[in-house]
Write a protein that binds this ligand. Structure first.
Ligand code: GUN
Length: 283
């Protein structure tokens, strides 16, 4: 069997067009959705991500502010900047690119962002809402992965979904979102004993471990939908996911490529959350 490729780039364009309609409707009422992205330090990968976010905003007509702070910015200065953005009515979404330098407490930073402007969905209040099943601003990467499943017409209800990885950014929220869609959910980590025993039973397999190509074709149930959230650069420079694409695509029913799978959806859902935050601001 050769899997159907889940084309994240094309689906992201489709979803962006849907959200652009909502952004345009706000503009017609005199409100331009606004996103502030703060980056602290010089991390090269983070700079690329932030650049892509700013570009996507321009595409949707979302106002964006890119705030680059030096790596030695004191925590108090970052918190003061967030307080200023919380009070700025032109800004509906605030994102602080993670990781932040070690001298800054990331929990303090995430808690300082107004929950109404927390487009990452990382504030404890929004995490609580997600657990309860009524998240207004769901974390972007799992939200994007859920959109991919939906757009591909992959049934979730009653299926066994296995999530490998339990991060706050992807694994935990992903498991909750699948659970709310009535999947039976198993959460594994890269250290789970006999991991293959669990993954081989998955109708939907989501992998977010940060370990390059750790899931191979022999660990996948024939016909399963495989969502690869990983993005890793091999020593030779090649970008690969947490799934070994070449062996997995021979077994899976559906699979996301890396790059071009989940990645484009993450940014799209950030745009969606910014528009959603702006809509809620005027209610
Ligand atoms: N760094 C890696 N992923 C993310 C994300 O989803 N949000 C933020 N703020 N930083 C990240």
């Amino acid at each position: 069997m050769t899997a159907k490729i889940i084309d994240g780039k094309t689906i992201a364009q489709e979803v962006r067009a849907e959200w652009k309609v909502r952004a345009d409707a706000l503009k017609a009422r005199g409100i331009t959705p606004g996103l502030a992205v703060i980056i602290v330090g010089e991390d090269a990968a983070s700079r690329i991500y932030v650049g892509n976010k700013v570009k996507a905003c321009a595409e949707l007509g979302i106002h964006s502010e890119h705030i680059a702070l030096p790596a030695d910015t004191p925590e108090t200065a970052l918190l003061a900047k967030i307080a200023e953005l919380n009070a700025n009515t032109a800004i509906h979404g605030i994102l602080v690119q993670l990781p932040v330098p070690k001298h800054i407490d990331s929990n303090k930073v995430l808690e300082a962002i107004s929950p109404r402007k927390d487009v990452d969905g990382f504030h404890p209040q929004n995490v609580g809402a997600l657990v309860a099943g009524n998240a207004a601003l769901p974390p972007c990467t799992p939200y994007g992965a859920m959109n991919l499943l939906e757009k591909m017409g992959i049934e979730i209800e009653g299926k066994h979904a296995v999530v490998v990885g339990r991060s706050n950014i992807v694994g935990k929220p992903m498991a909750l979102m699948l659970l709310h869609k009535n999947a039976t959910v198993t959460i594994c980590t890269s250290r789970t004993s006999d991991l293959a025993h669990h993954t081989r039973d998955a109708d939907i397999l989501v992998v977010a471990t940060g370990k390059p190509q750790m899931i191979t074709g022999d660990m996948i149930k024939p016909g399963a939908a495989v969502i690869d959230v990983g993005i890793n650069r091999l020593p030779g420079g090649k970008l690969v996911g947490d799934v070994d694409f070449d062996s997995a695509k021979e077994v899976a029913g559906y699979i996301t490529p890396v790059p071009g799978g989940v990645g484009p959806m993450t940014i799209t859902m950030l745009m969606a959350n910014t528009v959603q935050a702006a809509e809620r601001a005027i209610k």
